[in-house]
Design a protein around this ligand. Structure first.
Ligand SMILES: [Fe+2]
Length: 317
């Protein structure tokens, strides 16, 4: 739902993802273009192109978004320009959740104590956001700056895990635990030096090994806390396993991978594919779901189909 536009085609009501300036002269990003002042500032800047999100604002022809890329089933809600205030509200809520998660996770990585009730409250509040506004939350979390990627990704995965868990009829207590597991699943990435984690270009085999070790490193870190539920430990350690045994770190196969772990993998990969990254074209939700559906050797198809039914309008099968 992202479209590149020359700046002369910009108009108020569009949702700006980013302005491609060679310098930082227009550093603001991710906002509804609603003032003449901002419009003039972008036009004045040296940027030639602007990235707009047509799921959250007017398209290049001035049309409001007709259908959201995603919605919570039973809570269909069109994302229209008139709902810009709701988009702002969700963005602010998710920004706060990101900061809250960053504080908790960096404390844990530094060996600080764990307050499980507090962590559950962060996960519950995030789950509520996704339950009420999945379509907007999905769009808002697609774009991440490199220093916040892990936190925003974890919130998005956590939110989707709770949606999918609920859609599968899993009991509320377990769904809440899935939410906690989601916000903790990539904590091992915080132990990776940022020059490796954020390295542009090809990684050496040593660097790849460091990155592939993040599930095990996260598991070791979490295991030191007696209050972490076993489900969260499993999901942290095993979310990169694949049904055919080609995943890591243990190379487990089908029956050795429990359903909640499979569920986390499906949400994790879907979130990664649909994220906007500098090195790849962003995939739509439907493209990502079809890609995963075509790989039953890796992903549990039943869960891919169910995630599709929760997040997109058109069934994938
Ligand atoms: Fe991961």
């Amino acid at each position: 739902m992202l479209v590149k536009l020359t700046k002369d085609r910009l108009r108020k009501g569009m949702f700006i993802e980013s302005v491609a300036c060679p310098s930082e002269e227009f550093a603001r990003r991710r906002f509804v273009l609603s003032s003449d002042r901002d419009l003039a500032a972008i036009v004045r800047s040296s940027a030639s192109e602007v990235l707009i999100n047509i799921a959250l604002g007017l398209d290049p022809n001035g049309r409001p978004p007709e259908t959201p890329i995603a919605r919570s089933k039973g809570k269909a809600k069109s994302v229209e320009v008139g709902e810009a205030a709701e988009v702002r509200k969700i963005r602010d809520t998710l920004d706060q959740a990101k900061l809250a998660l960053k504080t908790r996770l960096t404390d844990m990585v530094a060996g600080g104590p764990l307050d499980m009730d507090d962590l559950s409250a962060v996960a519950d509040s995030n789950a509520r956001t996704w339950r009420e506004s999945a379509g907007i939350a999905l769009e808002v979390t697609r774009l991440k700056s490199k220093d916040e990627t892990t936190y925003v990704h974890s919130l998005a995965v956590s939110g989707m895990m709770t949606l999918l868990g609920r859609a599968l009829g899993i009991d509320e207590e377990t769904v809440a635990m899935l939410g906690v597991a989601g916000i903790l699943h990539d904590i091992g990435k915080l132990l990776i030096p940022s020059e490796i984690l954020n390295k542009p270009g090809t990684l050496t085999s040593g660097e790849r090994a460091v990155i592939r070790n993040h599930p095990q490193a996260g598991y070791q870190l979490l295991k030191a806390y007696p209050g972490i539920p076993p489900l969260a430990l499993d999901i942290c350690r095993l979310h990169h396993e694949a049904l055919d045994g080609s995943g890591y770190p243990l190379g487990l196969k089908r029956d050795q991978i429990d359903m909640p772990v499979r569920l986390s993998t499906v949400c994790d990969v879907f979130e990664a594919l649909t994220s906007v990254r500098p090195y790849k074209r962003p995939w739509s939700s439907t493209e990502a779901l079809h890609w995963m559906f075509a790989r039953p050797q890796l992903f549990d198809r039943r869960l891919v189909i169910r995630l599709g039914s929760v997040l997109v309008d058109d069934p994938i099968v």
